[in-house]
Design a protein around this ligand. Structure first.
Ligand SMILES: Nc1nc2c(ncn2[C@@H]2O[C@H](COP(=O)(O)OP(=O)(O)OP(=O)(O)O)[C@@H](O)[C@H]2O)c(=O)[nH]1
Ligand SMILES: [Mg+2]
Length: 224
């Protein structure tokens, strides 16, 4: 089975080489999507052997879409953050249920796994709890987190036609997966404090903004 990894990364020079070094050897290809980082993230990633793609439009979702656009046919696509808060070595946990044909989308739940102190501030924790509650209510799937570390089949990924360019992308993927009849499940993953400077969850204001964007996404995609 071919597994390709997409890493959106914006100014992650401190973290990206550590992330890339921990990716399991069985991964076929790693694509790092950069939106014009000013700290050399793209050069570091390319030197470490990743395929680097540039996306002129800012936004987490736009970065993921640009990564997908350059992939050739594969079996599984894994999304992973570039800040070293996830454990790339745990990727097998996400891919195994797909290989066993038990799921089409597997979300890594940080709330169900081992979370190091300071890895997620209280407002990010609360935001994930509230958003997961909505996902459970609407989809009936027992998820406890809207984690970015996730694996999805190539077939499902290509049938979802995702459009959210910002932080709504992860939720849109979850709703559309279920609405289109694909199977979603979660597995516990570990989480540690990010390396480098926080862009979202480290600030209450940015967290609130991201949460509002995500609540709007819930409203938009709650119905099939
Ligand atoms: N290419 C690209 N990557 C982005 C963009 N925004 C965020 N990212 C990356 O997406 C991942 C998740 O963003 P983070 O800033 O870590 O968001 P978070 O985990 O909610 O919050 P913090 O870790 O506290 O900043 C990281 O790898 C970022 O570098 C973007 O506009 N473009
Ligand atoms: Mg992060």
């Amino acid at each position: 089975m071919n597994v390709d990894v997409i890493i959106p990364a914006l100014n992650e020079a401190e973290a990206i080489s550590r992330v890339l070094a921990d990716i399991p050897a069985w991964v076929r290809q790693v694509v790092v999507v950069d939106n014009g980082s000013s700290d050399g993230t793209a050069e570091i990633a390319a030197r470490a052997g990743a395929r680097v793609v540039f996306q002129p439009k800012r936004g987490y979702g736009y970065a993921c879409l640009a990564g997908l656009a350059v992939l050739e046919h594969t079996d599984v696509v894994v999304f992973l953050d570039g800040d070293y808060s996830d454990y790339p070595a745990e990727m097998e946990r996400l891919v195994a249920p797909i290989m066993a044909n038990q799921a089409d989308l597997v979300i890594g739940s940080r709330l169900a796994g081992q979370m190091q102190e300071g890895a997620m501030l209280w407002h990010a924790y609360l935001g994930n709890c509230v958003l997961s509650w909505f996902v459970r209510l609407i989809t009936g799937c027992q998820v406890s987190d809207i984690g970015p570390f996730r694996a999805i089949t190539w077939e499902a990924m290509n049938n979802l036609s995702l459009t959210e360019g910002r932080y709504g992308w992860t939720l849109e993927m979850m709703f559309k997966t279920v609405h289109k009849g694909y199977r979603m499940m979660e597995v516990p993953v570990s989480y540690r404090p990010r390396l480098g400077k926080s862009k979202v969850s480290g600030s209450l204001q940015a967290s609130l903004k991201a949460s509002l964007v995500m609540l709007a996404t819930v409203a938009r995609y709650a119905r099939p």
